[in-house]
Design a protein around this ligand. Sequence first.
Ligand code: DUC
Ligand code: ZN
Ligand code: ZN
Length: 475
Amino acid sequence: MPDFDLAIRGGTLVTAADTVRADLGIRDGRIAAIAERIADATRTIDASGLLVLPGGIDSHVHIAQESGPGIVMADDFASATRAAAAGGNTCVMPFALQPRGSSLRAATQAYRALAEGQCHIDVAIHLIVSDPTPAVLGQELPALIAEGYTSFKVFMTYDDLVLNDRQLLDVFDLARGAGARVMVHAEGYDTIRYMAEKLERAGETRPYGHALSRPQLVEREAAHRAISHAELVDLPIVIVHVSGEQAMEQIAWARSRGLKIHAETCPQYLTLTAEDLKGRGADDPMAGAKYVCSPPPRDTASQEAIWRGIQNGVFELVSSDHCPFRYDDARGKLNPRGQQSFRYVPNGLPGIETRLPILFSEGVSAGRISLNRFVELTATNHAKLYGLYPRKGSIGIGFDADLTLWDPNRRETIRQDNLHHGSDYTPWEGFSVTGWPVTTIARGTVVAEDGRVIGDLGHGQVLDRTIDPALRPTG
Ligand code: DUC
Ligand code: ZN
Ligand code: ZN
């Protein structure tokens, strides 16, 4: 009987630390050997000329999430994980959202039931806490954290999700005691409302109004407030989807004072601008809705600033914030209320399949970041920050055999027609990239090959996590 189920031969292995020419031997879904040459395997994949990367981990995606009256998210678990696998990912982290007035546990169970048996690749679920009642803070959330839902997101805006400052402090305090990781959507509720109402009164209802209603200072102010709360409670937090130079400066300032503030950004803040919300010259007055996300994309100066933050370490994570809606759909971007005002256009873009090629092309191929930094930003740091390391996020003996064989020279043009998500458009239609995922291997099984998803639905598992010892309070 051969020593290994699968050998990957002739490739160049890349981790966050090293780039080496070596073969991999995989047994029972895990990496069992790294050697100069591995010959004895049931199946061999020739990776000559390819990079062998840890599979992408996208720690910020929204799948089948409740999105308000009459609005439906474009992806379920099957389509989202299909698209993720085709895009070189082996694990994604979506959110179970607690609708206000409901039990967090019930929402989590319902959400997990949607995922079980419906995933091509592994998923690990974060929570969204929208209603921190005494029962949630006293019982539900601590119990869920102990059961393996070790991270949750809170919002500083949106009518149905916003937490006030006291609530933020209370959930931060709970997270500190329980050893949970908190992700913060930092945009100020009242400043956005003030701006949105003023714009509407002035007749500005176009999708572009969305960008005008959320200038950088809205994000800067909320980031500073979240940082202050985190300092008061002594809790490391993750500020997610940082879009602009001003919020980034707050994070760099906090770090310079020794605070543990982690930061995530997304491809949209490196490649899109607020001008896109004007619709890129299309006759259709709603076309800009395709680019409505929160925070909104900024300008080219801000893109350059975010690249600097990626280069100098302010950002540890690049996620997609995949939040897909269909465009030509009354339950999506073109819902009737959304056509009356930008305020009702659902916020979010599809990006689960395009995150890695865009960052590789604009980052590695364009000479802005190293291969090792790419791996760190797209896999290793996600595993480390969210309790999946050392099972996932790198290439080493005992790690899950979650791998992406990557052709660094392949040129492709992103086209909706070739993507696998449930949305009916991509914001990157026609975007040219150099570097492309050729084969995705999840726990030792080939799940996607050359744009075809071939793995079984049900191969992906819903992962439980354990509390990161580094997050346990010391006193
Ligand atoms: N925040 C997200 O993280 N995703 C989409 C919409 C939003 O506001
Ligand atoms: Zn958010
Ligand atoms: Zn999001």
